[in-house]
Unconditional design. Structure first.
Lengths: 219, 102
């Protein structure tokens, strides 16, 4: 929902919409329809994590103790910071402050990249600790508790899927920042920033769920 | 160099007004995360997971309603967003009913 747009900021109507308001609402509805399918995808993964905890409590706790709790917590802070910069970019777009908006978008992409770097380090530490049961040539550290393999594999599926979404999001954000830096962008495509913001906040929301479900409640 | 130095008093007031909600949301999310991290690191009592999941629920509600601005959207979009979580409730509720009742 856009509110309080500055003079000269808006959306260029395309011919198949009757009004700009209708176009804005259709665009937002479209991204929400897609986000709901994503929500169901991640919810199913988190549900399996909870079931693993219920059916194999000892093995799940043993596996979760190997997760890097403090890296996960730091990454959550990083994504919450990126949500702030994205909200700032949306606010600046509505105010017509194009340069500030572009800087906020770049800051968002930088924080998203920092998340991926920390995640990569976490995976490296997992590799060093033999916590990658899907590697055939590397014995799993918790081989004596087979159910731990279930949880660890699920952890990788969920976090890699999230990382892919984040990587895609950063690529899209950088592409859009390049376009948004051009003159006249905010008078024709201001709602792109709002629609993209919904996606970014959703990535944040998924991690807000993933961190406690995978790292915290299983300790 | 202070980037705010070049702003007029009106622009500063506008900036303060527009960024108030995002900054308060940010602080609320950080505060709730601090609660969960503290609970997760110290495990102060049995069944602490229930409190942790309640805190997560609050964080998700804040992101949806404030950051994603669902509360300001037209009714149709609000309905879509609610339906998504309704389906998640069915998914999780029906499945856990089975596992928890065994």
């Amino acid at each position: 929902m856009s509110e309080g747009l500055a003079e000269g900021v808006g959306v260029a109507r395309v011919h198949h919409f009757e009004t700009v308001a209708q176009q804005r609402e259709a665009t937002t509805l479209g991204i929400w329809a897609w986000l709901i399918t994503e929500l169901l995808l991640f919810s199913a993964l988190f549900l399996v994590a909870l079931i693993t905890r219920i059916t194999h409590p000892e093995a799940t706790v043993a596996a979760a103790r190997h997760l890097k709790f403090w890296i996960g917590a730091t990454n959550t802070v990083v994504l919450i910071c990126s949500s702030l910069t994205m909200s700032m970019a949306i606010a600046f777009s509505r105010m017509g402050w194009q340069r500030a908006m572009v800087r906020a978008m770049l800051a968002t992409a930088a924080l998203g990249s920092l998340f991926l770097v920390l995640k990569g380090y976490e995976y490296y530490a997992d590799y060093e600790e033999h916590m990658m049961p899907f590697l055939s040539g590397r014995p799993f550290a918790l081989a004596e508790t087979p159910a731990a393999r279930l949880f660890v594999n699920l952890y990788y599926v969920a976090t890699v899927l999230h990382a892919v979404h984040l990587l895609t999001g950063i690529a899209l954000l950088l592409g859009m920042t390049w376009m948004a830096a051009k003159a006249g962008f905010l008078s024709r495509h201001q709602n792109w920033i709002e629609v993209y913001g919904l996606y970014w906040h959703f990535i944040d929301l998924v991690w807000i769920l993933a961190f406690p479900i995978l790292y915290v409640v299983n300790r | 160099m202070n980037p705010l130095a070049s702003l007029s008093p009106d622009d500063r007031a506008l900036l303060r007004r527009r960024l108030r909600t995002p900054v308060l949301t940010f602080l609320a999310l950080l505060g709730l995360l601090a609660v969960n991290v503290t609970l997760g690191a110290t495990l102060p009592f049995a069944h602490v997971w229930a409190v942790e999941l309640a805190v997560v629920g609050l964080m998700v509600a804040i992101i949806l309603l404030v950051s994603m601005e669902v509360r300001k959207e037209p009714p149709l979009i609000r309905l879509f967003a609610c339906l998504g979580f309704f389906w998640v409730c069915i998914l999780i509720g029906m499945t856990l009913t089975d596992f928890l009742a065994r």
